[in-house]
Write a protein that binds this ligand. Sequence first.
Ligand code: OOG
Ligand code: MG
Length: 259
Amino acid sequence: MDKTVIKDLARFLINAEVEKKEVLKLTNEHPDLTVEAGYAIQEQLVHMKLEEGYRIVGPKMGLTSQAKMKQMNVNEPIYGYIFDYMVVNGQELAISDLIHPKVEAEIAFVLGKDIEGPGITGAQVLAATDYVLPALEIIDSRYQNFQFTLPDVIADNASSSRVFFGSTIKRPDNLELDLLGVTLSINGQIKDLGAGAAVVGHPANSVAMLANMLARKGLKLKAGQIILSGGITGAVMLNVGDSVSAKFDGLGTVDFIVK
Ligand code: OOG
Ligand code: MG
């Protein structure tokens, strides 16, 4: 794909985010868009945000569970990046800053040392992990009605928008992350639930997969980054006034109010 087209499409998606306006998916105009071209647009978008002065908190995996792949009608995991401005401090989500946000519960990893693929396994990820913590990711696809193909959502930085981190951190050897249960409630009603195993069998497998996907680009996972391993629950639509609470077995709760 032509470099100027890549730049235009990255700018188009950044503008949609800044202006909080949903747009039509790229594949409407570019039906031949490949996964590779999707990542080229994402790389350009990340580059532009870095040039604007934002910093990367860490990479994230997406579409790692059967539930999410089915919900979004796609068939393979993807990655994107969380930036500093996306991390919410406090317990309020300003919905007026967003288009049509959804929330999903995830396990986040912080590595004690760098991991470089290919060939990384979940066991190697666990051995390199300093601690894990619970997270609620807010995804806000820039596309109309969250409708996209795989290349579209990749270009759109995997719908990354906001994230709340919990305050309980634990070494992974004190947990069974695959059996770790999570409930996601809104206004006191459970909207979805799941266990870590929903994420490609074990959340650490997802991080390993991420290391191996990044290796194709000559990139690695770095110590200290906060890495989101992918939604355990499906993503639930948010509305003004919602009180959101996720309980993670052994990792406490993460709560916020939608303002
Ligand atoms: C893509 C974002 C996926 C996850 O954890 O599965 C994601 C989307 O569903 O819009 O962050
Ligand atoms: Mg996610």
